[in-house]
Write a protein that binds this ligand. Structure first.
Ligand SMILES: [Zn+2]
Length: 336
């Protein structure tokens, strides 16, 4: 197996960088049975997102630095259209025999076994789902623990991605230490000042002063999280994530009940916009659907996933239709 992996890796380095977001579509057909190709781009240093356009000879990934409808983005009002669940059809076959769960080097990915999405007059076929850590899209300004990308392709080669926010469960982790986290000094004071400014702005200053016993009070204030649905599907998949800790490795999953996921997503709506792949070659014309329904996994599960993925989120891009942030930065740097 090790020899096969090395051979595949060498071949993929000689070719172009592979795109995990589009793996299994016409852009990047899946490797032959039993082989897992490893991506050559990365998330830090010279192979990271700021330099993706320079990889692969400079032309293949040019949209990463020049495209004006790039993903991910901050999902704030005005950047998307809301699509009610009644305006689309979503079906994914259960996988009673399980399926492949692979480490592509830049993400971990589950291979699809059939499913269809009908939206805006087009029909797409389900290809795979994979994960980004932390989330790539921001949920109205906020990063979420994970984002699941469910990738679809139409017969006309159009790509659609359903990007599901995956948050941590509440209450499983031990309570925070009361005095040891930020016990003294300026960081705690600046936290207090920041909090007080926000609460003064919302007219709550008096109530806060009364119950505010210092940093201890701040740390024990409850964190309000949007509702999320615990996902036994993700718990099942991730129960084997440590078995594919090595890039290029793969394992067969237990039976996967995809209908659980579909039913959850269809209970909400979908925030839609036209964007791009979030990995090289950053191709545009990708239909994004970000469900208002979020999933939830156990904190211990998240820690296992983090130990394997590490970090694989592209930074938030400019508002769709506005210049690419790298174009803006290059123009300003040239003026100096
Ligand atoms: Zn992705």
């Amino acid at each position: 197996m090790a020899f096969v992996l090395r051979a595949v890796f060498a071949a993929s380095v000689a070719a172009r960088a592979l795109a995990s977001c589009a793996y299994g579509t016409h852009l990047f057909p899946r490797a032959e049975e039993g082989a897992v190709e490893i991506n050559t781009f990365g998330y830090a240093g010279t192979v990271g997102p700021l330099n993706w356009a320079s990889l692969d000879g400079g032309e293949a990934n040019v949209l990463c630095a020049t495209g004006t409808r790039q993903s991910p983005i901050d999902m704030v009002d005005g950047s998307f259209q809301m699509v009610p669940a009644s305006d689309l059809r979503l079906e994914i076959a259960d996988m009673p025999e399980g399926t492949e769960f692979e480490n592509l080097g830049t993400t971990v990915e589950v291979v699809g076994r059939g499913g269809s999405l009908e939206v805006a007059g087009k029909t797409y076929e389900f290809q795979q789902f994979h994960f980004h850590l932390p989330s790539e899209h921001l949920d109205n300004g906020t990063s979420v623990a994970l984002e699941m990308h469910m990738v679809w392709e139409s017969p006309e080669k159009d790509v659609a991605v359903i990007g599901v926010f995956v948050d941590l469960d509440a209450g499983q982790a031990p309570p925070p230490a009361k005095r040891s986290v930020v016990p003294h000094g300026r960081p705690g004071h600046s936290l207090r000042r920041g909090l007080r400014r926000r609460q003064e702005a919302s007219g709550e200053a008096a109530a806060v002063e009364e119950g505010f016993g210092g940093v201890q009070g701040f740390l024990t204030m409850p964190i309000v999280r949007p509702a999320a649905t615990p996902s036994s599907l993700l718990e099942t998949v991730f129960s084997q994530v440590e078995e594919i800790a090595t890039p290029g490795s793969s394992v067969k999953t237990a039976p996967l009940v995809m209908s659980e996921l579909v039913n959850t997503l269809l209970q909400g709506s979908f925030q839609s916009y036209s964007g791009s792949l979030t990995t090289p070659p950053c191709s545009e014309g990708v239909l994004w659907l970000i469900p208002t329904q979020k999933l939830q996994i156990r904190t211990a599960t998240f820690e296992k996933v983090r130990s394997v993925i590490g970090f694989n989120a592209r930074y938030p891009q400019n508002t769709p239709g506005e210049p690419n942030l790298l174009d803006i930065a290059a123009t300003r740097a040239a003026r100096r």
